[in-house]
Design a protein around this ligand. Structure first.
Ligand code: KG4
Ligand code: ZN
Length: 347
Protein backbone atom coordinates (compact mmCIF):
# COMPACT_ATOMS: atom_id res chain seq x y z
CA UNK A 1 0.00 0.00 0.00
CA UNK A 2 1.38 3.47 -0.85
CA UNK A 3 2.07 5.97 1.94
CA UNK A 4 -0.55 8.74 1.84
CA UNK A 5 0.39 12.12 3.31
CA UNK A 6 -2.25 14.80 3.81
CA UNK A 7 -0.58 18.22 3.95
CA UNK A 8 -1.88 21.58 5.17
CA UNK A 9 -0.38 25.02 4.45
CA UNK A 10 -1.67 28.18 6.14
CA UNK A 11 1.39 30.36 6.79
CA UNK A 12 0.18 33.50 5.01
CA UNK A 13 -2.79 34.24 2.77
CA UNK A 14 -3.39 30.92 1.00
CA UNK A 15 -5.33 28.10 2.62
CA UNK A 16 -4.01 24.97 0.95
CA UNK A 17 -4.20 21.19 1.24
CA UNK A 18 -2.63 18.40 -0.80
CA UNK A 19 -2.42 14.62 -0.81
CA UNK A 20 0.49 12.55 -2.10
CA UNK A 21 0.95 8.79 -2.45
CA UNK A 22 4.59 7.68 -2.15
CA UNK A 23 5.57 11.23 -3.10
CA UNK A 24 3.29 11.37 -6.17
CA UNK A 25 0.90 14.31 -5.95
CA UNK A 26 -2.77 13.19 -6.12
CA UNK A 27 -4.30 16.59 -5.33
CA UNK A 28 -3.18 20.16 -4.69
CA UNK A 29 -5.95 22.56 -3.64
CA UNK A 30 -5.47 26.28 -2.94
CA UNK A 31 -7.98 28.88 -1.77
CA UNK A 32 -6.47 32.35 -2.10
CA UNK A 33 -7.72 35.20 0.06
CA UNK A 34 -8.91 38.08 -2.12
CA UNK A 35 -9.87 40.20 0.90
CA UNK A 36 -6.34 41.64 1.35
CA UNK A 37 -6.21 43.30 -2.09
CA UNK A 38 -8.21 46.32 -0.91
CA UNK A 39 -5.71 46.96 1.94
CA UNK A 40 -2.53 46.83 -0.17
CA UNK A 41 -1.05 43.99 1.91
CA UNK A 42 -1.95 40.98 4.04
CA UNK A 43 -3.91 41.83 7.20
CA UNK A 44 -2.95 39.06 9.67
CA UNK A 45 -6.25 38.97 11.58
CA UNK A 46 -8.29 38.74 8.38
CA UNK A 47 -5.97 35.98 7.12
CA UNK A 48 -6.57 33.89 10.27
CA UNK A 49 -10.33 34.30 9.95
CA UNK A 50 -10.31 33.36 6.27
CA UNK A 51 -8.21 30.26 7.07
CA UNK A 52 -10.82 29.20 9.62
CA UNK A 53 -13.59 29.54 7.05
CA UNK A 54 -11.69 27.78 4.28
CA UNK A 55 -9.74 24.98 5.93
CA UNK A 56 -12.54 22.38 6.18
CA UNK A 57 -13.72 22.71 2.55
CA UNK A 58 -10.13 22.88 1.24
CA UNK A 59 -9.04 19.69 3.08
CA UNK A 60 -12.28 17.98 2.09
CA UNK A 61 -11.70 18.85 -1.58
CA UNK A 62 -8.06 17.67 -1.45
CA UNK A 63 -9.14 14.27 -0.06
CA UNK A 64 -11.95 13.94 -2.62
CA UNK A 65 -9.78 14.96 -5.59
CA UNK A 66 -7.13 12.46 -4.47
CA UNK A 67 -9.75 9.73 -4.65
CA UNK A 68 -8.97 8.37 -1.20
CA UNK A 69 -10.84 8.22 2.11
CA UNK A 70 -9.68 9.86 5.36
CA UNK A 71 -8.99 6.35 6.74
CA UNK A 72 -6.27 5.88 4.10
CA UNK A 73 -4.25 8.88 5.35
CA UNK A 74 -0.98 7.68 6.96
CA UNK A 75 0.27 11.01 8.36
CA UNK A 76 -0.67 14.70 8.54
CA UNK A 77 1.99 17.23 7.57
CA UNK A 78 1.51 20.92 8.31
CA UNK A 79 3.45 24.18 8.04
CA UNK A 80 4.76 24.81 11.53
CA UNK A 81 6.91 27.89 10.77
CA UNK A 82 7.74 30.57 9.72
CA UNK A 83 4.78 32.80 8.87
CA UNK A 84 1.95 34.81 10.42
CA UNK A 85 1.38 33.29 13.84
CA UNK A 86 -2.44 33.51 13.79
CA UNK A 87 -2.54 31.98 10.31
CA UNK A 88 -0.10 29.18 11.21
CA UNK A 89 -2.10 28.36 14.36
CA UNK A 90 -5.23 27.57 12.34
CA UNK A 91 -3.39 24.97 10.23
CA UNK A 92 -1.44 23.60 13.21
CA UNK A 93 -4.53 23.12 15.39
CA UNK A 94 -6.46 21.58 12.54
CA UNK A 95 -3.58 19.18 11.72
CA UNK A 96 -3.18 18.19 15.37
CA UNK A 97 -6.90 17.53 15.81
CA UNK A 98 -7.06 15.46 12.64
CA UNK A 99 -3.96 13.50 13.59
CA UNK A 100 -5.53 12.68 16.99
CA UNK A 101 -8.89 11.80 15.46
CA UNK A 102 -7.35 9.52 12.79
CA UNK A 103 -4.64 8.21 15.15
CA UNK A 104 -1.85 8.89 12.62
CA UNK A 105 1.48 10.69 13.13
CA UNK A 106 1.94 14.43 12.84
CA UNK A 107 4.77 15.96 10.77
CA UNK A 108 5.92 19.56 11.33
CA UNK A 109 7.30 21.25 8.20
CA UNK A 110 9.47 24.36 7.80
CA UNK A 111 7.86 26.48 5.08
CA UNK A 112 11.17 27.61 3.51
CA UNK A 113 12.58 24.08 3.38
CA UNK A 114 9.35 23.01 1.71
CA UNK A 115 9.79 25.73 -0.97
CA UNK A 116 13.22 24.20 -1.76
CA UNK A 117 11.88 20.62 -1.82
CA UNK A 118 9.08 21.67 -4.20
CA UNK A 119 11.76 20.93 -6.80
CA UNK A 120 11.40 17.22 -5.94
CA UNK A 121 7.67 17.02 -6.73
CA UNK A 122 7.93 16.35 -10.46
CA UNK A 123 10.20 14.31 -12.71
CA UNK A 124 12.91 14.87 -13.74
CA UNK A 125 14.12 15.67 -10.23
CA UNK A 126 17.36 17.63 -9.73
CA UNK A 127 20.40 15.58 -8.68
CA UNK A 128 21.99 16.22 -5.26
CA UNK A 129 23.73 18.36 -4.27
CA UNK A 130 21.87 21.31 -5.72
CA UNK A 131 21.73 25.03 -5.06
CA UNK A 132 18.31 26.60 -4.72
CA UNK A 133 17.54 30.29 -5.09
CA UNK A 134 14.48 30.67 -2.87
CA UNK A 135 12.71 33.93 -3.55
CA UNK A 136 9.39 34.68 -1.86
CA UNK A 137 7.45 37.51 -0.28
CA UNK A 138 9.22 37.07 3.04
CA UNK A 139 12.56 35.46 2.17
CA UNK A 140 15.45 35.52 -0.27
CA UNK A 141 17.96 32.74 0.21
CA UNK A 142 20.57 30.67 -1.55
CA UNK A 143 20.25 27.17 -0.09
CA UNK A 144 22.65 24.26 -0.49
CA UNK A 145 20.62 21.04 -0.54
CA UNK A 146 22.65 17.84 -0.13
CA UNK A 147 19.64 15.59 0.54
CA UNK A 148 15.95 16.17 1.49
CA UNK A 149 17.05 16.50 5.13
CA UNK A 150 20.39 18.29 4.68
CA UNK A 151 19.77 21.92 3.79
CA UNK A 152 22.04 24.83 4.53
CA UNK A 153 21.49 28.56 3.94
CA UNK A 154 24.57 30.01 2.20
CA UNK A 155 23.27 33.55 1.84
CA UNK A 156 20.13 35.58 2.47
CA UNK A 157 18.69 39.06 2.41
CA UNK A 158 19.78 41.48 5.09
CA UNK A 159 16.63 43.62 4.66
CA UNK A 160 13.72 43.27 2.20
CA UNK A 161 12.95 40.04 0.36
CA UNK A 162 12.88 39.90 -3.46
CA UNK A 163 9.07 39.58 -3.38
CA UNK A 164 8.87 42.67 -1.19
CA UNK A 165 11.09 44.52 -3.67
CA UNK A 166 8.55 43.66 -6.39
CA UNK A 167 5.51 44.44 -4.22
CA UNK A 168 6.87 47.70 -2.80
CA UNK A 169 7.97 48.90 -6.24
CA UNK A 170 4.51 48.09 -7.56
CA UNK A 171 2.95 50.05 -4.70
CA UNK A 172 5.10 53.08 -5.60
CA UNK A 173 3.73 52.75 -9.14
CA UNK A 174 0.17 52.74 -7.80
CA UNK A 175 -0.41 49.05 -8.63
CA UNK A 176 -2.51 46.84 -6.32
CA UNK A 177 -1.16 44.15 -3.99
CA UNK A 178 0.47 41.74 -4.72
CA UNK A 179 2.31 43.74 -7.36
CA UNK A 180 4.91 41.14 -8.38
CA UNK A 181 2.77 39.43 -11.01
CA UNK A 182 1.69 42.84 -12.41
CA UNK A 183 5.27 44.08 -12.78
CA UNK A 184 5.97 40.79 -14.57
CA UNK A 185 3.01 41.39 -16.90
CA UNK A 186 3.85 45.03 -17.80
CA UNK A 187 7.59 44.24 -18.06
CA UNK A 188 6.90 41.91 -20.97
CA UNK A 189 5.99 44.96 -23.10
CA UNK A 190 8.86 47.16 -21.89
CA UNK A 191 12.56 47.84 -22.44
CA UNK A 192 14.64 46.46 -19.52
CA UNK A 193 17.48 48.86 -20.32
CA UNK A 194 15.33 52.01 -20.47
CA UNK A 195 16.29 53.11 -16.92
CA UNK A 196 19.20 52.16 -14.68
CA UNK A 197 18.88 51.39 -10.98
CA UNK A 198 21.91 50.75 -8.74
CA UNK A 199 23.13 47.32 -7.71
CA UNK A 200 23.99 47.18 -3.99
CA UNK A 201 27.49 46.14 -2.94
CA UNK A 202 26.86 43.45 -0.34
CA UNK A 203 29.48 41.07 1.02
CA UNK A 204 29.48 37.34 0.30
CA UNK A 205 26.27 35.67 -0.81
CA UNK A 206 23.87 37.97 1.03
CA UNK A 207 21.34 40.25 -0.67
CA UNK A 208 19.89 43.70 -0.05
CA UNK A 209 16.87 45.31 -1.71
CA UNK A 210 16.07 48.32 0.47
CA UNK A 211 18.39 50.66 -1.47
CA UNK A 212 16.69 49.74 -4.73
CA UNK A 213 13.30 50.63 -3.27
CA UNK A 214 14.59 54.05 -2.14
CA UNK A 215 16.17 54.66 -5.53
CA UNK A 216 12.85 53.87 -7.27
CA UNK A 217 11.01 56.18 -4.87
CA UNK A 218 13.31 59.12 -5.76
CA UNK A 219 13.31 58.20 -9.46
CA UNK A 220 9.51 58.45 -9.55
CA UNK A 221 9.38 61.63 -7.48
CA UNK A 222 11.78 63.15 -9.99
CA UNK A 223 9.61 61.80 -12.84
CA UNK A 224 12.53 59.81 -14.23
CA UNK A 225 14.95 62.76 -14.41
CA UNK A 226 17.14 61.43 -11.58
CA UNK A 227 17.07 58.73 -8.93
CA UNK A 228 18.87 60.62 -6.20
CA UNK A 229 17.26 62.55 -3.36
CA UNK A 230 16.51 66.22 -4.07
CA UNK A 231 15.51 68.72 -1.45
CA UNK A 232 12.76 69.81 -3.79
CA UNK A 233 11.95 67.07 -6.27
CA UNK A 234 12.22 67.81 -9.98
CA UNK A 235 8.57 67.03 -10.72
CA UNK A 236 5.11 67.83 -9.46
CA UNK A 237 2.72 65.08 -8.36
CA UNK A 238 0.88 65.40 -11.72
CA UNK A 239 4.12 65.09 -13.70
CA UNK A 240 5.05 62.02 -11.69
CA UNK A 241 1.66 60.41 -12.37
CA UNK A 242 1.92 61.21 -16.08
CA UNK A 243 5.48 59.86 -16.25
CA UNK A 244 4.38 56.57 -14.67
CA UNK A 245 1.35 56.27 -16.94
CA UNK A 246 3.28 56.94 -20.13
CA UNK A 247 6.29 54.73 -19.27
CA UNK A 248 4.83 51.99 -17.11
CA UNK A 249 6.10 49.08 -19.22
CA UNK A 250 9.67 50.44 -19.43
CA UNK A 251 9.75 51.26 -15.70
CA UNK A 252 8.49 47.76 -14.79
CA UNK A 253 10.93 46.09 -17.18
CA UNK A 254 13.87 48.12 -15.79
CA UNK A 255 12.96 47.41 -12.14
CA UNK A 256 12.50 43.70 -12.90
CA UNK A 257 15.80 43.63 -14.80
CA UNK A 258 17.67 45.01 -11.78
CA UNK A 259 16.01 42.65 -9.27
CA UNK A 260 16.81 39.66 -11.49
CA UNK A 261 20.39 40.91 -11.93
CA UNK A 262 20.90 41.17 -8.15
CA UNK A 263 19.55 37.64 -7.67
CA UNK A 264 21.44 35.96 -10.48
CA UNK A 265 24.79 37.63 -9.83
CA UNK A 266 24.77 36.14 -6.32
CA UNK A 267 23.56 32.78 -7.56
CA UNK A 268 26.37 32.69 -10.11
CA UNK A 269 28.84 33.55 -7.35
CA UNK A 270 27.48 30.71 -5.17
CA UNK A 271 27.78 28.24 -8.06
CA UNK A 272 31.36 29.36 -8.67
CA UNK A 273 32.29 29.08 -4.98
CA UNK A 274 30.75 25.64 -4.44
CA UNK A 275 31.40 24.17 -7.87
CA UNK A 276 27.78 22.97 -7.91
CA UNK A 277 26.05 22.96 -11.30
CA UNK A 278 22.59 21.63 -10.36
CA UNK A 279 20.58 24.81 -9.91
CA UNK A 280 16.96 25.16 -8.76
CA UNK A 281 14.63 28.04 -8.03
CA UNK A 282 11.70 28.20 -5.61
CA UNK A 283 9.21 30.56 -3.98
CA UNK A 284 6.60 32.95 -5.32
CA UNK A 285 9.07 35.16 -7.23
CA UNK A 286 10.29 32.11 -9.17
CA UNK A 287 6.97 32.35 -11.01
CA UNK A 288 8.40 35.52 -12.62
CA UNK A 289 8.70 34.96 -16.37
CA UNK A 290 11.77 37.21 -16.70
CA UNK A 291 13.61 35.33 -13.94
CA UNK A 292 12.69 31.95 -15.43
CA UNK A 293 14.00 33.02 -18.84
CA UNK A 294 17.15 34.65 -17.45
CA UNK A 295 18.10 31.66 -15.30
CA UNK A 296 17.60 29.27 -18.23
CA UNK A 297 19.88 31.43 -20.40
CA UNK A 298 22.48 31.67 -17.62
CA UNK A 299 22.29 27.88 -17.26
CA UNK A 300 23.11 27.41 -20.94
CA UNK A 301 25.99 29.89 -20.68
CA UNK A 302 27.49 28.23 -17.56
CA UNK A 303 26.69 24.59 -18.35
CA UNK A 304 24.28 24.28 -15.40
CA UNK A 305 21.46 21.76 -15.07
CA UNK A 306 18.66 24.21 -14.30
CA UNK A 307 15.48 22.94 -12.69
CA UNK A 308 12.41 25.17 -12.69
CA UNK A 309 9.30 23.92 -10.85
CA UNK A 310 5.83 24.26 -12.42
CA UNK A 311 4.09 27.58 -11.56
CA UNK A 312 1.66 25.91 -9.16
CA UNK A 313 4.57 24.66 -7.01
CA UNK A 314 6.37 28.05 -6.91
CA UNK A 315 3.85 30.21 -5.06
CA UNK A 316 2.57 29.03 -1.66
CA UNK A 317 0.99 25.59 -1.94
CA UNK A 318 0.48 22.44 0.12
CA UNK A 319 2.06 20.05 -2.41
CA UNK A 320 5.49 21.28 -1.22
CA UNK A 321 4.45 20.55 2.39
CA UNK A 322 3.27 17.09 1.28
CA UNK A 323 6.56 16.18 -0.46
CA UNK A 324 8.60 17.42 2.53
CA UNK A 325 6.25 15.49 4.83
CA UNK A 326 6.78 12.36 2.75
CA UNK A 327 10.58 12.50 3.13
CA UNK A 328 10.18 13.18 6.86
CA UNK A 329 7.81 10.21 7.09
CA UNK A 330 10.47 7.97 5.52
CA UNK A 331 12.93 9.21 8.19
CA UNK A 332 10.27 8.78 10.92
CA UNK A 333 10.65 12.48 11.83
CA UNK A 334 7.35 12.88 13.65
CA UNK A 335 6.27 15.80 15.84
CA UNK A 336 4.97 15.53 19.41
CA UNK A 337 1.50 16.90 20.15
CA UNK A 338 2.93 19.81 22.14
CA UNK A 339 4.59 21.13 18.94
CA UNK A 340 3.82 24.82 18.53
CA UNK A 341 3.33 26.97 15.48
CA UNK A 342 6.02 29.62 15.36
CA UNK A 343 6.27 32.92 13.48
CA UNK A 344 10.04 32.59 13.25
CA UNK A 345 12.15 29.49 13.01
CA UNK A 346 15.73 28.39 13.04
CA UNK A 347 16.67 26.73 9.79
O1 KG4 B 1 6.18 32.17 -1.91
P1 KG4 B 1 5.03 33.12 -1.91
O2 KG4 B 1 3.77 32.71 -2.62
O3 KG4 B 1 4.64 33.51 -0.45
C1 KG4 B 1 5.56 33.71 0.56
O4 KG4 B 1 5.97 32.70 1.22
O5 KG4 B 1 5.95 34.89 0.72
O6 KG4 B 1 5.59 34.48 -2.54
C2 KG4 B 1 4.78 35.60 -2.70
C3 KG4 B 1 5.57 36.66 -3.43
C4 KG4 B 1 4.88 38.02 -3.51
O7 KG4 B 1 5.79 39.01 -3.13
C5 KG4 B 1 4.49 38.12 -4.99
O8 KG4 B 1 4.45 39.45 -5.46
C6 KG4 B 1 5.62 37.36 -5.62
O9 KG4 B 1 5.83 36.25 -4.78
N1 KG4 B 1 5.29 36.91 -6.98
C7 KG4 B 1 5.89 37.40 -8.10
C8 KG4 B 1 5.28 36.76 -9.19
N2 KG4 B 1 4.31 35.91 -8.73
C9 KG4 B 1 4.35 36.02 -7.36
N3 KG4 B 1 6.88 38.30 -8.23
C10 KG4 B 1 7.27 38.58 -9.49
N4 KG4 B 1 6.73 38.03 -10.60
C11 KG4 B 1 5.75 37.11 -10.51
N5 KG4 B 1 5.23 36.56 -11.60
ZN1 ZN C 1 6.12 30.85 0.69
Amino acid sequence: MPVHILAIESSCDETAAAVCADGQMLSNVIASQKIHEQYGGVIPELASRAHMQQIVPVVDTAIRQAGISMEQVDAIAFTQAPGLIGALLVGAQFAKSLSLALDVPLIAVHHMQAHVLANLIEEPKPAFPFLCLTVSGGHTQIVLCKSPSQLEVLGQTIDDAAGEAFDKSAKLLGLPYPGGPLIDKYAQEGNPLAYTFPEPKIEGLDFSFSGLKTSILYFLRNAGKSNVYKESFLATEEEKERFIKENLADICASIQHRIIGILLNKLEKAARQTGITNICIAGGVSANSGLRKAISELGIKNGWHVHIPAFQYCTDNAAMIAITGYYKFLNKEFAAFDVNASARAEW
